[in-house]
Design a binder for this molecule. Structure first.
Ligand code: SAH
Ligand code: DHB
Ligand code: MG
Length: 217
């Protein structure tokens, strides 16, 4: 039971529903070779992001936290040829790996990687974005969410990764900045009357975690 079973079930559906994807496999391989941490979304989660972007008819997507561009590729593939995705990454080395992965995916023309702390990049950006995926340092989630909301339009979807963290979110004795930041974000989300929101726990290849989802009124 537990993690092994979650992984088996993920593998089962991924095998049936996702199909082979040499470009995404190559991206994960390049990330590993470069020593990037394997904290990308899972394949099934990546496809969920892709389907959400398709569902909202996204033409412009914002991402905070690129890593090697795995989630970026899933999301950018949902865009029309004249679409745009801006993704923010603090670490130049991560951005370099991501740029190569994104180029290999043929998505150079739609994805714009902005290198530097997201809180330096975001204030200068202008919306509207149809979808925002927030997946960087969790301590600043409330600020990232505020920027995503500022750059939204009615109907925009804002997705925030890793809001559960193996249940640490409900451990009041946990003072890890990421956990504290996620709790602070959740409280902001609950008070924010410009959105309708929920949070969904997930288990799978990446353990027990979850997404918050908010639709802008
Ligand atoms: N979205 C990726 C995973 C992102 S991991 C995927 O699913 O494939 C989190 C990333 O956020 C890391 O690459 C980390 O360097 C970056 N990050 C951390 N703090 C940041 C900050 N302040 N601004 C921008 N990026 C940041
Ligand atoms: C971590 C970050 C993530 O974005 C994630 O999906 C999993 C783990 C981390 O910092 O440990
Ligand atoms: Mg994440």
């Amino acid at each position: 039971m537990g993690e092994d079973l979650w992984r088996s079930v993920d593998d089962y559906f991924t095998g049936l529903l996702l199909g082979p994807d040499p470009v995404l496999d190559a991206a994960l391989e390049a990330n590993a070779v470069a020593g990037l941490p394997a904290i990308d979304v899972s394949p099934a989660q990546g496809k969920l992001l892709h389907l959400l972007a398709r569902s909202v008819g996204a033409r412009r997507i914002l991402e905070v936290g690129t890593l090697g561009g795995y989630s970026t590729i899933w999301l950018a593939r949902a865009l029309p040829a004249d679409g745009q995705m801006i993704t923010c990454e603090r670490e130049p080395r991560h951005a370099e790996v991501a740029a190569a992965n994104i180029a290999r995916a043929g998505l150079n023309g739609v994805v714009d990687i902005r290198v530097g702390p997201a809180l330096d990049t975001l204030p200068a950006l202008e919306g509207p974005f149809d979808l925002a995926f927030i997946d960087a340092d969790k301590a600043s989630n409330a600020e990232y969410f505020a920027h995503a909301l500022r750059m939204s339009r009615p109907g925009s979807l804002i997705v925030v990764d890793n809001v559960v963290r193996g249940g640490r979110i409900v451990d009041a004795d946990n003072h890890d900045p990421d956990v504290v930041g996620t709790r602070r974000f959740a409280e902001v989300l609950g008070r924010e009357d410009r959105v309708e929101a929920t949070a969904i726990q997930t288990v799978g290849a990446k353990g027990h975690d979850g997404f918050a989802l908010a639709v802008v009124r």
